[in-house]
Design a protein around this ligand. Structure first.
Ligand SMILES: [Zn+2]
Length: 168
């Protein structure tokens, strides 16, 4: 159980309603979702996924990406995370939608989803990624993927592939 104490005064927090928590001294805290970017490189109908090297969900497939840093745009976060986790650089990120996700207890994310089809650099798993693998998009809807909330992503990726034709 997280979110036990007020960050203003240290008193116990209790859940009010929705995302709002409040302590005995009346300090409110809104546990809003964090903003995150997920990047899906597509090549020959397959998608590049990471295998998580850290908890939560260590060992499961995950999208490349992560949380947005202070004063960063989502696009900047996507560029930075792509480089940090794969060694790749891309200049064109196509937005395909977003997904609300439970990251861990009391930690919620809203993931903006991007497809890339062109990139430069030498691919190398780095940072918190155990390995990188080209897989069928359907893997994202399976139990091997870390986040059940992403079950609709394969159809978004397929729609992108259908609209843009084969990618190289
Ligand atoms: Zn307080």
């Amino acid at each position: 159980m997280k979110l036990l104490f007020c960050i203003e005064c240290g008193a116990e927090l209790s859940k009010d309603e929705g995302m709002k928590y409040v302590c005995a001294n009346g300090h409110p805290y809104w546990n809003n979702p964090r903003t995150a970017a997920a990047i899906f490189p597509i090549k020959d109908g397959k998608v590049l996924l990471a295998v998580r090297g850290r908890q939560p969900q260590r060992g499961k497939y995950d999208s490349i990406g992560g949380f947005v840093n202070p004063e960063e745009s989502i696009e900047q976060a996507a560029s930075r995370e792509l480089l940090e986790e794969t060694g790749l650089t891309a200049s064109k990120f196509d937005y395909i939608g977003s997904v609300g996700n439970t990251y861990e207890e009391n930690v919620y994310a809203c993931d903006s989803l991007f497809v890339i089809t062109e990139w430069t650099g030498d691919m190398a798993a780095a940072d918190d990624v155990a390995s990188l693998e080209w897989v069928e998009p359907a893997v994202i809807a399976s139990d091997a993927f870390a986040w059940p909330a992403h079950r609709d992503v394969p159809s978004l990726l397929q729609a992108y592939i259908d609209n843009h034709g084969p990618t190289t």
